[in-house]
Design a protein around this ligand. Structure first.
Ligand SMILES: Cc1cc2nc3c(=O)[nH]c(=O)nc-3n(C[C@H](O)[C@H](O)[C@H](O)COP(=O)(O)OP(=O)(O)OC[C@H]3O[C@@H](n4cnc5c(N)ncnc54)[C@H](O)[C@@H]3O)c2cc1C
Ligand code: HEM
Length: 410
């Protein structure tokens, strides 16, 4: 990675002002988004409005800029983090021409919040530093755009797909089978990757973009996504896109999606046992990984552990069971948080309550495995803590957030 060189004075200014900016981080980024969306309302077609309201995205962007600024003279150390964000950006259609808009408004917001304390010297230094950081993102993303477009069956931007099948998997999860409307080839993907759906909802001023993991193996002539309906809960409004897909999109309809992206993928070069831990709809990337391993007649041990509220919420039970039953190397364990009376009778689960370390230790011989987890944030925090307590090395812990990446510490 080659980056533009900043002079030592600029680097000193940046490093000494990072703590000041970080202290005002939330105020600066809140102001930044207000000003940017006022001047560029077209960006509201790209950004997630609900994440904005919840402040999640503000924190994610601000923290990354400050961390990058802190490491401005050794940005290559941040490359893995940059790549993860770049996958998301590529999947959303963030382009080089968007970066100056973000940069301009970030500087305006810094000036606005810090007032006279933000001298010209400081603002110029941050302008230069932002340029260096943005160049790194732009070049990593450009490579990703080229790769996605040049792959066999690949494409650039959004492509129209027909919903060929819509299948209810549980009371809350429905799968959508997608085939290209142009009847062209379908690019392959790595199990665990996601696509972005562009929802054009009647009556809405803006398009809404959301990511969905591909829930079937890559060797099919369709993509499958499986979406949990986020219902209204008291004063909390229902999820915009999941409700739209469940209630307004039917077989035969067209939706637009971007090419598969993401770095939460099966580490196939490792020959270690594999453990999948999923909560609720968090199992979608794991099913793709499990099916891929099954196709290859894996001889490594694979343990699929899933937590659901109960059988009415539990999707893919039969699908997983039939895959696992075909292999002597695969096993499957289910925990229900609140089993129904029917579940008690059928004994269709192994544990009542949450997945915890003692249960994991009773299932697995030892901690020598690659662990993959995904699910609601409290589930992910609990899995992370359990694996850390069991001394599982960081490089064997792989996870995906179904939202902006947050902290897994309690
Ligand atoms: C990499 C990745 C992969 C993903 N894969 C999947 C997948 O395979 N399947 C899947 O179902 N999802 C997946 N998701 C999540 C998905 O992208 C959406 O976030 C999800 O469908 C909710 O979108 P929505 O538009 O329905 O809800 P939104 O409208 O975005 O709302 C999000 C949540 O916030 C609540 N909410 C709305 N307004 C407020 C408010 N003012 N205050 C507090 N809460 C509020 C809603 O009820 C909802 O639960 C994935 C996400 C990522 C990042
Ligand atoms: C150097 C500049 C930038 C940095 C450091 C940055 C950082 C981030 C981070 C950390 C995330 C969260 C990733 C995750 O999901 O875990 C994110 C998501 C996102 N970024 Fe950027 N970003 C930058 C520039 C841009 C630009 C130029 C645009 C387009 C105008 C953009 C649009 C988005 C969008 C739409 C998301 C998705 C999240 C949401 O909508 O809530 N970003 N970015």
């Amino acid at each position: 990675m080659t980056t533009k060189l900043l002079d030592s004075k600029t680097i000193d200014i940046i490093k000494s002002t990072v703590p000041v900016l970080a202290e005002h981080g939330k105020a600066i980024t809140t102001r930044f988004y207000q000003m940017m969306f006022t001047n560029h309302p077209e960006l509201l077609h790209i950004f997630n409005h609900v994440n904005q309201k919840q402040g999640k995205q503000q924190q994610a962007l601000a923290n990354t800029v400050y961390t990058a600024a802190q490491y401005i003279d050794q940005l290559e150390t941040l490359l893995p983090a940059v790549k993860q964000i770049a996958h998301k950006h590529r999947s959303l259609g963030v382009k080089a021409e968007h970066y100056p808009i973000v940069g301009e408004h970030l500087l305006l917001a810094i000036k606005d919040v810090l007032g006279d304390a933000a001298t010209d010297e400081i603002i110029n230094a941050w302008g230069e530093a932002y340029g260096v950081i943005a160049d790194v993102f732009i070049s990593v993303e450009q490579e990703m755009y080229n790769e996605a477009a040049q792959k066999p069956g690949g494409w650039d931007g959004f492509r129209e797909f027909i919903i060929t099948k819509k299948i209810e998997e549980s009371d809350v999860i429905t799968s959508f089978y997608l085939k290209p409307k142009d009847e062209g080839n379908l690019s392959s993907f790595q199990p665990g990757q996601y696509i972005t759906v562009k929802a054009v909802i009647p009556g809405e001023d803006y398009t809404h973009l959301r990511q969905y993991s591909l829930s079937d193996s890559p060797d099919k002539d369709y993509y499958r996504i499986s979406v949990k309906r986020e219902d209204r809960k008291e004063e909390i409004p229902a999820g915009i896109v999941s409700t739209f897909l469940h209630q307004q999109v039917s077989e035969g309809d067209t939706i637009e999606i971007t090419a598969p992206a993401g770095d939460f993928i099966l580490q196939e070069k490792e020959k270690r046992p594999v453990v999948f831990l999923s909560g609720g709809v968090g199992q979608t990337p794991m099913i793709s990984m499990l099916k891929t391993l099954a196709k290859k007649n894996t001889t490594t041990d694979v343990t699929y552990i899933h937590a659901a509220i109960n059988s009415s919420h539990h999707a893919f039970d039969e699908e997983i069971r039939s895959i696992v039953n075909e292999s002597e190397h695969m096993s499957y364990y289910v925990s229900y948080e609140q089993p129904t009376a029917k579940d008690h009778q059928a004994k269709n689960y192994k544990k009542e309550g949450y997945v915890d370390l003692p249960w994991l230790q009773s299932i697995l011989k030892n901690n020598d495995a690659d662990f993959y987890f995904c699910g609601p944030v409290p589930f992910m925090k609990a899995m992370n803590q359990a694996l850390k307590e069991w001394n599982v090395a960081d490089d064997r812990i792989h996870f995906e957030f179904f939202g902006p990446k947050g902290s897994l510490e309690n």
